[in-house]
Write a protein that binds this ligand. Sequence first.
Ligand code: MIC
Length: 647
Amino acid sequence: MPQNLTSKILASHLVEGRLVAGEEIGIRIDQTLLQDATGTMAMLEFEALGIDRVKVGLAAQYVDHNLLQTDFRNADDHRYLQTACARFGLIFSRPGNGISHQAHMERFGRPGLTMLGADSHTPGAAGVSMLAIGAGGMDVALAMAGYPYYFPCPLVFGVRLSGRLRDWVSAKDVILELLRRYGVSGCIGKVIEYYGPGVATLSATDRETIGNMGAELGATSSIFPSDERTRQYLEAQGRGAAWVGLQADEGCSYDEQAEVDLGTVEPLIACPSSPGNVRPVREVAGIKVDQVIIGSSVNSSFRDLMVTARIVEGRHVHPDVSFHINPGSRQVLENVNEHGGVMALLLAGARIHQSGCLGCIGMGQAPGTGQVSLRTFPRNFPGRSGTKDDQVYLCSPETGAAAALKGVITDPRDLAAEIPYPRITDPDRYLVDEGSFIFPGEELRHTELFRGPNIRPFPELDRLPDTVSGQVAIKVGDNISTDGIMPAGSKVLPLRSNIEAISEFVFNQIDPGFVARIRSMGGGVVVGGDNYGQGSSREHAALAPRYLGVRVKLARSFARIHKANLCNFGILPLTFRDPADYDSIRVGDHIVLPGLRRLLAEGAVEIPVEINGRPIVTVLEVSLRERQHLIAGGTLNFVRQMLQGRS
Ligand code: MIC
């Protein structure tokens, strides 16, 4: 039977289960990716598994998030990661060398392979046709230890691309168009597979932009065929031998389908404060802009920086606009420099930063009070920039450059009268320098691990009690992101390897009284709406609440990665059988869940819950494997039990 590309890659990597949508499958992972903000915890988890060398084809660790060094913490964590990479056999990418998604695609991405990354934007590797999936650090640590990755078999959503993008419209507008159509939960449980004649008009880095931000739709992953454009990109990276052609079979089917005529896509912008709040740029044109940032996790490629450079070249940005450039990698910066882009940007007034996520994760670049910031980043959840009540918009480099010049939101097509649209051609051969990667030679195997005082041991988690009881400690609405649960930013991120300290910030932006309240309650229950836990892969949004005594989260529905993280840390992700029960529940209500261990062990899907003595029914939709982890109090406990049983 003709197969789509997703099914082919899944079938060739399947080690457990059947390819039936919704059923749990286990796949072999070829490559793993860690970044530093999730990587310290993942590395500690890997250490706790007691394995002396990674057992995956290629494992890479990037330092791209916690770049500010305002005290010893981040620098200590970087050193810990460097020594752990040497000891356990991972490639270490030094601070400033590149953002994981961009740098990995440049140097290590390979068509047809699977990759698991502790970052929700890992699917950016779709740019070179990898089936790349974002996951919590625990799952990535297990993949590094050679275990399969388990997840619900996705539906395949085929998106046929036709036509060609018009001038002043680029890849970011394509993914914003999908977000406009389907919203932030529209692709949960799906892989978005692009096909059709329009694919060939998009370069590898255009595809990276589209794949990366599939995460904002809730998608499990995104994939493009591996074609001539992929081959050209790999050749230009000096890695032509990595290329293989891949595409869906003629006549294959998709579970769902849509069409995007690239020729009809217009400049779009995601308004504050959700990537799903998308409008045509012309509808919000004229709003005064104070800050423009080009780069970070998406739109930080050679093309993105060069198109910006050519638009602003010979001009100066508006006096009220602070204009920033965050290159995707050192390689990007070197090649932009080679083509005259760096001076064009600098002379136009740009503040050129080291390569890293920076403002995208609130690591600096916070806008001022009441200021409007246009960013080419993937997400703009409330307060993520570091400024309360921030006004962050997400857009293409073209729209960002237009706003930087004009000082107001401007449809970039309006520049056509004064500036010819700069069509950027990627180099036939990039300048390549791997000097800032440290490869794990055998001679480094006995490197001593460096552990700064900020690195605390992984907390001991007790097993699931038979009865869980407690009060509702917080009730939140729909689409609460992991930024809402466990904020990022320069103050909190350095605490990622110290659960006790970071737990002080749980729900800090939404309800600053939460931590004191849950402490006074002696633990408690969290109640959420739809798509609870959308956004990042940070497992701290599960582990820190667990540390504060949360054993149950009750929501209308959960985002994929957060739900998996809850199971990994022994928190029951329950949904309401009758959604109306969400409406009646209040903070302070007393909740009892009796007989849990038996119910979980028996495979019960319906879990009875008493709220102030009134019975309701909740639903536990997890696999048999996840049930065992929940009973054990978390994945690490379960795996350790298994390993002890074996020895
Ligand atoms: C993000 O974009 O939200 C992050 C920061 O890259 C996260 C990872 C993290 O919280 O460390 C992600 O996307 O998974």
